[in-house]
Design a protein around this ligand. Structure first.
Ligand code: ITT
Length: 198
């Protein structure tokens, strides 16, 4: 089946491409001729995930899925959470966001956090959400040059490398996004016959 991944984030697109079986052919927003920003006006990650998928389904009439993700820091009551992309301001700078988070956690001993992804799938016959969570902690400095967003300051539980020190393939064995994508793939595999040709 053909599915559009409703994202303007090229890092997410690259990660997810590696996780999908060949039976699912992925179409990007660019392939659809969609160059606009997707609406994200809700105050929850799952709400924004649904809003992005619904926008593409309604305006482009294609089966699609969207990913909304965020970093939830326990000592900050779950912040930046749904505001992760623009935590330090509308410039949406990964570096500014990490600097602000490190400043807000300065001296904090409790540094536990989690990445959360909610994927929303919308087709003519199905609407479903899939969640993935990765627990870890925020370290005091930025380490590593791969990945994106908050990856350089996030040390997953049970690992000695930040996500930005891992290859994309390594990130895909543990990440919040990969967990949600695997649930999506399992759902699609179980429903593939019903969905094919739509
Ligand atoms: P789309 O809405 O077009 O998919 P986006 O970059 O705006 O792209 P989100 O709203 O889901 O996507 O992202 C929120 C922010 O959370 C993102 O800008 C990063 O700073 C952070 N983030 C999301 N996934 C991440 C990951 O796997 N690793 C590190 N940071 C991540």
């Amino acid at each position: 089946m053909t599915l559009c991944f409703a994202t303007n984030n090229q890092h997410k697109l690259a990660e997810v491409r590696l996780l999908l079986p060949k039976e699912i052919s992925l179409v990007s927003l660019k392939d659809l001729g969609c160059n606009e920003e997707l609406p994200e006006e809700q105050n929850t990650i799952s709400g924004n995930s649904f809003q992005k998928a619904a926008y593409v389904f309604e305006n482009y009439k294609v089966s699609c899925f969207a990913d909304d993700s965020g970093l939830e820091v326990d000592a900050l009551g779950g912040m930046p959470g749904v505001d992760s992309a623009h935590y330090a301001g509308p410039q949406r700078s990964f570096d500014d966001n990490m600097n602000l988070l490190l400043a807000n956690l300065k001296g904090a001993r409790k540094r536990s956090a989690q990445f959360k992804t909610v994927i929303t799938l919308i087709t003519r016959t199905n609407r479903a959400q899939f969640e993935g969570i990765l627990r870890g902690e925020i370290i005091n400095e930025k380490l590593g040059g791969s990945g994106f967003g908050y990856d350089p300051i996030f040390l997953p539980v049970g690992h000695s490398l930040t996500i930005a020190q891992m290859t994309m393939a390594q990130k895909n064995t543990i990440s919040h996004r990969a967990i949600a994508v695997r649930k999506l793939v399992e759902f699609l595999t179980n429903n593939l016959t019903a969905e094919s040709g739509k």
